[in-house]
Design a protein around this ligand. Structure first.
Ligand code: PLP
Length: 398
């Protein structure tokens, strides 16, 4: 029998995708599942974007593109950053990838040597640690506290850093907590990163879904010198409801981007050409869609936070961005239902699915077992029904 790679055996499949698949299968079998596990907006891709994708096919844009992505799209990314943030980049500083996820994968492959450590604030997005491990690096989690609203505490960060620290991942607004790092915390992180020469990987996937005033505080607002050691990761998946088109973009120091292009040229060749033209239409066309999305989410966010917070023993920090809530259910751990004890987030999420037909994602997937993640990128009707079912399910625990 052949032996599989240790590198791969140490990672688990994405739990978020697995829960979603389980919920879909139950639904197809006729069970009335309310799905709170989805990581994508419930609106359709804007029509003009779909048209641009179809036109690209009709116009014969159906062949290989440069490995880095088409020049027009890389230029559009530069124009967007210039217009929205005042940051100057050139197309050579940009890579288009098969979704933001693959951009991150390329980054870790490009920068890590065996044993290099990457600081990952936890709760973290489910794919950072396995991606780092697949690049033979070591993820080092930096615990964030619920009472700090999941902001980064510089003194804890400092305790987690070692001689081997190579990079730090920032994700604000965050999946799964919806937290937005404070400007003060970012200033401290920026200072440490600058002094120690850490590469900063800023995953800005949810930047358009911010419920505060003005722009989301960003590490590149802290100190312009950090631009030389920061890779930005973003995409059209969430902002333009384009998760299935698979287009992301990374922007950063040219030598890192060049290596990422080398990896892409030897792995995927390039992201699908029609999808790149659709993304071009998204970035250069009317810009109201992300605002519409944000507006659709505001009442759902208020409702779900209030409903969860009102449950006895449950605490729920109001998310400042993205479309997730991350309530703490640990007060229920140790209780049981028909002889089965709830011993953590996995058994609680299983219980919610089997007894309440509510699909959610256990916090263990994000390195935080006290919590369960609910996406509110679903209709108000489903949110209202779902919260009643959760309340009844919790009340039935003994
Ligand atoms: N980063 C974060 C924090 C995400 O939540 C996601 C998607 O869930 C991604 C990156 C990747 O997005 P994409 O669908 O563009 O690969």
């Amino acid at each position: 029998k052949f032996v599989l790679a240790d590198r791969v055996l140490q990672i688990a499949p994405s739990l978020t995708l697995a829960v979603n698949a389980k919920a879909k299968a139950l639904r197809e079998a006729g069970v009335d599942v309310l799905n709170f596990s989805v990581g994508e907006p419930d609106l359709e891709t804007p029509a003009h974007v779909c048209e641009a994708g179809k036109k690209a096919i009709d116009d014969g844009r159906t062949r290989y593109t440069p490995a880095a992505g088409i020049l027009e799209l890389r230029q559009a990314v530069c124009d967007k950053l210039q217009k929205e943030q005042g940051w100057e980049y050139e197309p050579e500083d940009v890579q288009i990838s098969c979704g933001g996820k693959h951009g991150l994968y390329n980054i870790f492959q490009a920068i890590l040597n065996p044993g290099d450590e990457v600081l990952v604030p936890a709760p973290y997005w489910v794919s950072y640690p396995p991606m780092i491990q697949l690049a033979c690096g070591t993820p080092v989690t930096v615990p964030l506290k619920e009472e700090d609203h999941f902001d980064i505490a510089p003194e804890i960060l400092l305790k987690c850093a070692t001689e081997k620290t190579k990079a730090i991942v920032l994700n604000s607004p965050s999946n799964p907590t919806g937290a937005v790092y404070s400007y003060e915390a970012l200033a401290e992180v920026g200072k440490l990163a600058y002094e120690n020469g850490w590469l900063i990987i800023s995953d800005d996937m949810y930047e358009d879904l911010y419920y505060g005033e003005g722009k989301v505080p960003h590490i590149l607002h802290v100190d312009p010198r950090l631009k030389a050691q920061t890779v930005l990761c973003n995409g059209v998946s969430k902002s333009f409801a384009m998760t299935g088109w698979r287009i992301g973009y990374s922007i950063g120091p040219r030598d890192v981007i060049r290596m990422m292009n080398r990896i892409q040229s030897q792995s995927t060749s390039n992201p699908a050409a029609p999808s790149q033209y659709a993304a071009l239409a998204a970035l250069t066309g009317p810009q109201e869609f992300p605002h519409l999305l944000r507006e659709a989410f505001i009442p759902r966010r208020s409702y779900i936070v209030e409903a969860l917070d009102a449950l006895p023993g449950v605490t729920c920090v109001a998310p400042m961005g993205a479309f997730y809530v991350f309530p703490n259910f640990s007060a229920y751990y140790g209780r049981s239902f028909r002889g089965t004890t709830i011993d953590g987030s996995v058994s609680l999420a299983d219980y919610f699915l089997s007894e309440a037909q509510v699909a959610s994602v256990p916090g263990a997937a994000f390195g935080a077992d006290d919590f369960v993640r609910f996406s509110f990128a679903t209709s108000m009707d489903i949110i209202e029904k779902g919260m009643v079912r959760i309340q009844q399910a919790l009340a039935a625990l003994q």
